[in-house]
Design a protein around this ligand. Structure first.
Ligand code: ZN
Length: 404
């Protein structure tokens, strides 16, 4: 459906409070006005809520073929070892499940993903899709002899890919226990001023590794032949570790943060960094229950991700939001919705285009059918009762022309 000016039971600009009977105007794929109805011709959409497309700030689409193949675990390193073993059985990651996952994400209301890839296997499927993406080419290497060369090689791969306006290519380290300090810094230098995503504070074993240099992650590195005996144990928490390396700033996406202390959250908040919470994945991998209430209480920017289909049932952000709501009963619904829209778009570098309904932004408008008698539309969107059948994209993405 193409819409020039529509009226809905509720319009949720996210940048401001919900508007009962609000109107959104669109021209050439761009929002031109959002506000209360003040007369004039309008298409009445009826009992729906119109909101910006959702932002899944952390996923790994290339792992979609692993859906349901790795059982939930009590130990995240054990879970990761299973993932590594299974992944070694197939290369490259099969593309058909990637395409299916993209379709599923779009049907469940997502317009933008922060997608982590080891191979760029997701690049072609994303070109062919309606999703926008920050694509993080993820590096692993705890004992790389020449980090600058590793980064330069990947930068060369990026330069060889066809530039696409709605796909942004970045480099990201996997985690503090799998990437050496020199490689972390080399990636940060390459990406100065760009979003910098890293799995951080995810497992208790990561905290042990950084504080003591021991534990299951150390054992896994040794098993994989990746341990570096010259590594100096930092004897601090994950946020301080990154801070000492000079990479805690407003470009940082600290993904998971299940084991962050209050002081670490305060440091991230002061830096303008973002915590990306993926609570359903954390339960599946054995990482634990993220302290979502504390995330919000700290004032840090909070975005939401599903993580990959290897550790979550689906890529439906409405389902993830229901879990966030369950874990953070005292947080205002508006803040949680902002996490799944504006906060994610900001962290991924798309805030001038997506994440809220404001003039000048792309018209990625999602209509959610409401049942009769909904008293609190924001709370309803977090209820877990929204399913893909209730969703309609009011206007498909703006015309996508390949850049020269
Ligand atoms: Zn991840």
């Amino acid at each position: 459906m193409t819409v020039a000016r529509c009226r809905a039971a509720w319009v949720l600009p996210i940048a401001g409070p919900p508007i009962a009977g609000g109107v959104v105007s669109v021209e050439s794929g761009v929002i031109t006005a959002v506000g209360a109805f003040d007369g004039g011709p309008v298409e009445d959409l009826g009992n729906v809520a119109v909101l910006p497309g959702l932002v899944n700030a952390h996923t790994h689409l290339e792992l979609s073929w692993l859906r349901g193949r790795i059982a939930p675990s009590r130990s995240m390193p054990a879970w990761a070892a299973s993932l590594i073993a299974l992944r070694r059985t197939t290369s490259p990651d099969p593309s058909e499940p990637i395409a299916q996952a993209i379709v599923e994400a779009r049907r469940s209301g997502t317009c933008l993903v922060g997608d982590v890839t080891n191979t760029f296997a997701t690049y072609e499927p994303l070109i062919d899709s309606e999703l926008s993406a920050a694509i993080f080419r993820e590096l692993v290497g705890f004992s790389s002899p020449d980090p600058e060369e590793v980064v330069a090689a990947v930068a060369g791969e990026i330069a060889d890919l066809m530039p696409i306006a709605w796909l942004r290519l970045l480099i990201a380290p996997h985690a503090p226990y799998s990437v050496s300090p020199a490689l972390l810094q080399a990636i940060a230098r390459w990406g100065a001023g760009k979003p910098f995503s890293i799995h951080l504070g995810e497992s208790a074993q990561e905290v042990e590794f950084l504080r003591e240099g021991t534990g299951e992650w150390r054992a896994l590195l040794e098993t994989l032949g990746a341990w570096n005996p010259a590594w100096a144990v930092p004897a601090c928490g994950p946020v301080e570790y990154l801070d000492r390396l000079g990479i805690v700033d407003d470009r940082l996406l600290a993904v998971h943060g299940v084991h962050f202390a209050d002081a670490e959250l305060a440091r991230l908040a002061a830096a303008g960094a973002t915590v990306v919470t993926c609570p359903r994945s954390n339960r599946w991998t054995g990482a634990g229950v993220p302290p979502v209430e504390r995330f919000y209480a700290s004032g840090v920017r909070v975005a939401v991700g599903t993580d990959s289909l290897a550790s979550v049932e689906d890529l439906n952000l409405f389902a993830e939001l229901a879990e966030v709501r369950r874990l953070a009963g005292g947080v205002a619904a508006a803040r949680i919705l902002e996490s799944a829209t504006l906060a994610g778009a900001s962290a991924l570098g798309f805030v001038s285009e997506l994440g809220s309904l404001e003039p000048g932004k792309r018209a990625e408008l999602l209509a959610v059918r409401l049942p009769a008698g909904v008293a609190d539309v924001e709370e309803y969107l977090l209820s877990g009762e929204v399913d893909a059948g209730d969703l309609t994209w009011l206007r498909e993405s703006i015309t996508r022309e390949r850049q020269p």
